[in-house]
Design a protein around this ligand. Structure first.
Ligand code: UT7
Length: 329
């Protein structure tokens, strides 16, 4: 475990202006608002503009989190961007974020790819780095431009995702919002259930004059659904057990926002009312690594999290990665 004196000092989020509704989607692929809403709980999602990069969205969320924390870019000495849709294969999107925000060259900046669990992976990593005493303030950002890796002719995937970013500032706790624990997992045996087969070094080099196959996401949705439910339940139960808590001690669960039916099953298995879960996926869809920090920021700003509350974050994603974290506000 990392230091128990590291806290969340501020939160921020950003969503692109453009909204794509289920009705809009039904003009693109053979689908309907009724199918999408009843199967997922999603009504609409935000879609980034052509020039609206992952790093620009990440920087906007980071800037808001810094203001919330009452800090400036000069205070930051670590930036971790969790993303599976970096601006470029290299360098890290975090370096572009550093530039956008004017963070000093003394900061360490890197990306981390754990797909939809990315924010929890980045949070735990930053917590450990700050706990070592060698870094003081971290910007931990989940940011995704999922619209660039979707096959817009595939109705089984393109209706599910959206673009956006969420960020937290971590630093020495001010007596509130302490990270109590985090636990990460992965089941690489399921790596090909949800993946982008092309675009990496394992894709064959195309013959001269031909193009790389498209870098789009493919998924076995039904299989993922079942595994996701089991993994999120396990991650939630284990961290509660580790901290001698029961689900009843949790004032607010902030789950990865993939599908309302998944959240519903988890609520039932933890014997918590659905109202105990903060859900905003009807307006954002699945924003992958951005989903938990974006929901967290909305939950805080809407007064859903009160001083003294314990919140549980729980996520799953491609890999298949999964994990959980506990924060006492
Ligand atoms: O962050 C991780 C991201 N991944 C996930 O969260 C995936 C988890 N899985 C799911 O959320 C669900 O499995 C889906 C929402 C992807 C699909 O829901 P489902 O209830 O498992 O549907 P299904 O895949 O079993 O498909 C049922 C039917 C099929 O038609 P037939 O074979 O019964 O005739 C599909 O072709 O629904 C059809 N279908 C659609 N119909 C209208 C699939 N996508 C659509 C669509 N619009 N967009």
């Amino acid at each position: 475990m990392g230091s128990s004196t590291i806290g969340i000092l501020g939160t921020g989020s950003y969503a692109p202006e453009k909204i794509l509704t289920n009705a809009d989607l039904s003009a693109i692929v053979d689908t309907s608002d009724e199918w999408i809403f009843t199967r997922t709980g999603i009504r609409e999602r935000h879609i980034a503009g052509d020039n609206e990069t992952t790093s620009l969205m990440a920087a906007a969320a980071g800037r808001a989190a810094l203001v919330d924390a009452g800090l400036t870019p000069a205070d930051i000495d670590l930036i971790i961007v969790a993303t599976m849709t970096p601006d470029h294969p290299m360098p890290a999107t975090a370096c572009f974020v550093q530039n956008h925000l004017g963070v000093s060259s003394h900061a360490a900046c890197f990306d981390l790819n754990a797909a939809c669990s990315g924010f929890l992976y980045a949070l735990d990593t930053a917590w450990a780095m700050l706990g070592s005493g060698r870094y003081r303030h971290a910007l931990v950002i989940g940011a995704e431009k999922m619209s660039t890796v979707l096959d817009w002719t595939d109705r089984t995937t393109c209706v599910l995702f959206g673009d956006g970013a969420g960020a937290v500032v971590l630093g020495p706790s001010r007596g509130t919002a302490e990270i109590l624990g985090a636990k990460l997992y992965a089941e690489g045996t399921h790596a090909r259930l949800l993946w982008i087969p092309n675009g990496g070094s394992n894709a064959p080099v195309p013959a001269p004059g031909t193009h790389f196959p498209p870098r789009t996401l493919t998924m076995k949705g039904r299989e993922i659904f079942k595994i996701a439910v089991r993994e999120m339940e396990d991650a939630a139960r284990e961290i509660l057990e580790q901290h001698q808590m029961s689900a009843a001690n949790i004032a607010c669960v902030i789950p990865h926002q993939a599908n309302l039916r998944i959240i519903d099953v988890i609520a039932q298995s933890l014997e918590l009312p659905l109202e105990r879960f903060f859900v905003n996926l009807e307006r954002y869809g699945n924003t992958s690594a951005a989903s938990i920090p974006l929901a967290l920021d909305e939950a805080r700003r809407s007064g859903r999290i009160k001083p003294g509350d314990t919140t549980l974050f729980v996520a799953f994603g491609a890999g298949l990665t999964y994990g959980s974290a506990l924060v006492r506000w």
